[in-house]
Design a protein around this ligand. Structure first.
Ligand code: ACO
Length: 324
């Protein structure tokens, strides 16, 4: 029996506290104008003291369950993408599972930094296609504020905290570009570029959490090339042309990356969902957060064709073609 998966609901959660660029300019040598001009970011949400990735993931997961009309006890899979887990172990996904009151199935974390949600979606989609699960909660959740060096102006202005989630349900028959569902996923990684974007700590290397380090210009260049290439890969492998895409739902790293990628792909910028101004870069949470925002405000409608894409540390990058 062939199966495919359909996204039947989505949800998101943002911490209450909003930090405007001006507030950062009071502590590091930067300005509202510089941040807006170079990144398009105006503000970001920052988790409260004691508020963890699990809290954010749980809230977004609950919102997706409610939106889908599925009960937690009907879930049999949670895949949580995060680079900022509550603990080295157990996986944050298992703590979300416990809080949701889900007693069966499997829950685990996937780690691909900013591409994490696309990786988690691909993993869950393949579990469902293999018939190994029926209802999967796929979450991207991060508290990047905890791994930022707040004295480093070249990185601390770029990121925010948040979570987004989708409910993936198995349905009979193979995926088809004309029907709702996850049509395809394409994933890539290239570990040679670790030094361009990494955290300088970890349990096995330094026995500390460490801080995010980045060569911004290098990352920028690779991001535009890799994102354009993995979007083209999705289009070509499904025989879909760029003008058939209703919405691009990209990883929200920087408005200039969104614009440059759209230009390279000859995509109308008006069809690119952008939430980076209000959320900044929330890593694995950014794609499901952007998706939930655009579904919530009515831009994304049932039946439309979406391309999801992301690129992050590793490097990792990926895309998914979805009929909403
Ligand atoms: N405020 C003011 N000045 C700053 C700041 C700041 N916050 N940060 C850096 N500068 C300064 C630099 O020190 C430098 O000064 P100098 O010329 O005197 O040395 C100057 O601004 C230019 O720095 P660049 O790094 O060359 O600036 P650039 O135009 O490349 O913009 C940025 C930097 C925004 C980081 C850009 O490279 C970028 O967006 N890169 C992509 C990185 C990214 O999004 N990473 C996220 C994770 S990966 C992903 O999600 C795809």
């Amino acid at each position: 029996m062939a199966y495919h998966s359909v996204i039947i609901g989505c949800g998101s959660y943002l911490p209450e506290r909003v930090v405007e660029n001006k507030e950062l300019a009071a502590t590091v040598d930067t300005s509202d104008e510089w941040i807006i001009e170079r990144t398009g970011i105006h503000r970001r949400h920052i988790a409260a003291d004691g508020e963890t990735t699990c809290d954010l993931a749980h809230a977004a997961g609950l919102a997706a369950l409610q939106n889908a009309g599925v009960r937690a006890e009907d879930l049999d899979l949670i895949v949580l993408a995060t680079a900022t887990p509550d603990h080295t172990f157990p996986a944050t996904a298992t703590q979300v599972q416990a809080r949701l009151g889900m007693m069966k199935g499997a829950a685990f974390d996937v780690h691909a930094v900013c591409s994490g949600f696309i990786y988690a979606l691909a993993v869950a989609d393949n579990f469902l296609k293999a018939g190994q699960a029926k209802n999967a909660l796929v979450i991207g959740a991060e508290t990047f504020s905890r791994i930022l060096d707040w004295k480093d102006r070249s990185t601390c202005v770029l990121f925010g905290d948040g979570a987004g989630a989708v409910l993936l349900q198995r349905q009979d028959g193979a995926a088809d570009v004309g029907s709702p569902g996850v049509i395809s996923t394409h994933l890539h990684s290239d570990g040679r570029y670790k030094d361009h974007l990494y955290v300088d700590g970890g349990p096995s290397s330094t026995q500390s959490t460490g801080y995010l380090r980045m060569a911004g210009r290098e990352v920028f260049k690779h991001a535009v090339t890799n994102l354009a290439s993995v979007v083209n890969e999705a289009l070509e492998s499904n025989n879909v042309s760029a003008d058939q895409i209703d919405w691009v739902v990209p990883h929200q790293a920087n408005q200039r990356i969104l614009d440059a990628t759209a230009r390279k792909l000859k995509l109308d910028p008006a069809r690119v969902i952008s939430t980076v101004a209000n959320h900044a870069n929330t890593s694995a949470a950014s794609v499901p957060l952007a998706l939930s925002t655009a579904v919530g405000d009515g831009r994304i409608k049932r039946g439309q064709l979406l391309i999801l894409e992301a690129m992050g540390g590793g490097f990792t990058w990926g895309s998914s073609l979805v009929r909403w």
